[in-house]
Design a protein around this ligand. Structure first.
Ligand SMILES: [Zn+2]
Length: 174
């Protein structure tokens, strides 16, 4: 691989994502490495071919349980902080995506339900244009069934909720 300085930082992001079990297609989407490079990086890191086939497109999946809602909100709030911190960098999305996901995997351990592919769907597509609004309750930009982060009015824990909510009480507090 012939590599310029700018592309080298993309490769670093892609390697870290592969370490975190993200598929080659996600490496391309997040790190913006070329598809052939992403497949090679995945193979070098994991010692096997990246799984092919469709990535998830159903963001409603996040609404199916309290755990998913909490984990998604944790990821989004962490992402927003990192993205702001690194906002002057060309690869700020890739860096923030990776740091937030690494922290999530470390904290959630065996309870982690959100794959790198679902994480990219939520933040990379859902909040592509308005990530700055995540902590302010801004909604995703999907065509329908949009989501936002809101604190439970009792326990103050952030949850991913449907965009129409004016207030939210989590199942534990209800
Ligand atoms: Zn609550």
């Amino acid at each position: 691989m012939k590599v310029s300085g700018n592309y080298a930082s993309k490769i670093d992001i892609a390697k870290e994502l592969a370490e975190l079990d993200c598929r080659a297609v996600t490496l391309t989407a997040v790190a913006r490495t070329k598809p052939a490079d992403s497949r090679q990086i995945y193979k070098d890191v994991k010692g096997t071919q990246s799984q092919s086939g469709q990535t998830p497109t159903d963001h409603q999946w996040f609404f199916a349980s309290k755990e998913r809602r909490k984990q998604a909100a944790f990821l989004l709030m962490t992402y927003a902080k990192y993205r702001e911190h690194y906002s002057s960098m060309a690869d700020s999305h890739g860096v923030a995506f990776t740091l937030a996901y690494r922290l999530y995997v470390k904290v959630a351990k065996d309870d982690a339900e959100i794959s790198g592919e679902r994480w990219q769907l939520l933040v990379g597509r859902g909040f592509e244009r308005n990530w700055r609004d995540i902590p302010k309750g801004g909604s995703t930009g999907f065509e329908y069934d949009n989501a936002k982060v809101m604190l439970c009015r009792k326990c103050q824990t952030p949850h991913l909720v449907e965009a129409h909510h004016l207030s939210y009480q989590c199942p534990t507090c209800s």
